[in-house]
Design a protein around this ligand. Sequence first.
Ligand code: GAR
Length: 211
Amino acid sequence: MTKKLRIGVLVSGSGTNLQAVIDACQKGSLTAEVAVVITNKADAGAISRCEKAHIPWQFVDHRLFHDRQNFDNKLIEILREAGVELVLLAGFMRILTASFIDSFPRAIMNIHPALLPAFPGLHAPRQALDYGARFSGCTVHFVDKGVDNGPIILQAVVPVLESDCEETLQARIQEQEHKIYPEAVQLFAEKRLTVEGRKVRILPPAPGSEP
Ligand code: GAR
């Protein structure tokens, strides 16, 4: 049997991307299992998703730690205890310290609701609308020490419609997020991602591994 990649997911919100990953694991399109979910919000919708899927989760309240380093040390401890090989940021609204990033070299991914490097930071769909962009989308990237900055793994393009408001554009972007995030994780699970400088190379599938 193929060994499953152990994933840890960090979330602050509703967790629809977490759900997409859980669903892909259950369907078998993702050779991985969610080993642990950590949230810094006691009311995160992601918690009920974990309960439903019988996935271990922990609430770590960042306000109880006197600095970011101590908070991140706690996250690292939980992820290590769970044997996590890949960390996914899925709407995790905290900036990670350099030592967290160094603890999981080239093994932290983030999803961002824009075609990076356009519109980093908060409220990316609103930024795209305000700017008058005709296209936006979403990006899965490796996390480095800059915000929304690391090497790009996958992107999906979403047209901006005349009729769009922030909510409608965000909803269409999220539909694409739910496809490309599990796909990027599967590429990692198949060891098909290599990074050269800023560029991620996607290797062809190993012979005999295609369905
Ligand atoms: C996602 O749309 C993700 O792209 C965004 O947070 C949302 C979380 O939704 N992340 C960022 O803006 C990071 N800069 P979810 O909790 O439903 O997955």
